[in-house]
Design a protein around this ligand. Sequence first.
Ligand code: CDP
Length: 229
Amino acid sequence: MQGETGKRSAWVVAVDGPAGAGKSTVARLVASRLGLLYLDTGAMYRALALKALATGTDVADALRLVELLQEADIHVGEDPNRQLRVWLDGQDVTDAIRRPEVHATVAQVASVPGVRAGMVDRQRALAELGGVVMDGRDIGTYVLPNAPFKFFLTASLEARAARRHRELAARGFSVDPGVLRQEIVARDRMDSTRAVAPLQCAPDAQVIDTTELSVSQVVDQILAVVRGR
Ligand code: CDP
């Protein structure tokens, strides 16, 4: 890392893509290898969706969701053991935001323009602090359009559903694979068709199809581009 230190503040890496393409796993490792901050923007939307569920808020009530965001204290960061954690109003919700009911409601929460505006302000403020790897749906197109490095990760629906199934199984949730596929298709459709900052590949993003690639192969491809090799 020695010779790379001077360039770090200019290292703004945007990683976008549909559900289950491997963005967060890859982006976290890239950030760690480059010594950069990592921000999982999906976790921020998930935390708000969790707050809506926990407070019995109607997720169709856009105004109430915006108020809920203003009241929410959402923090995404590392614990003392350098594990990524998400806190909502002082509570560790790292595991709770991966529950199936959050998967099922988050896209609707994230489609509210006022919610997005509040989240994007927070995301841009974090990027002002220096080099960052940020993953989400609209990072290269909307949140950080001037990012010098943009990647769009994709994978077949089969591969993405299988990954999500394994992830949920590891957390003790057994979800029918067919239901999971439908949920992914529905969420991608909602994310791609919403009016504000939909899921899109930025014209200057490098597309990586991860269907047949291991996590380390994807990480290495990204590092090779960022390091200029
Ligand atoms: O892990 P997975 O790719 O399934 O989802 P995520 O990155 O945790 O994002 C969860 C949801 O948050 C997405 O389906 C979007 O509805 C929303 N999201 C968004 O709208 N914009 C972002 N920058 C990140 C996530």
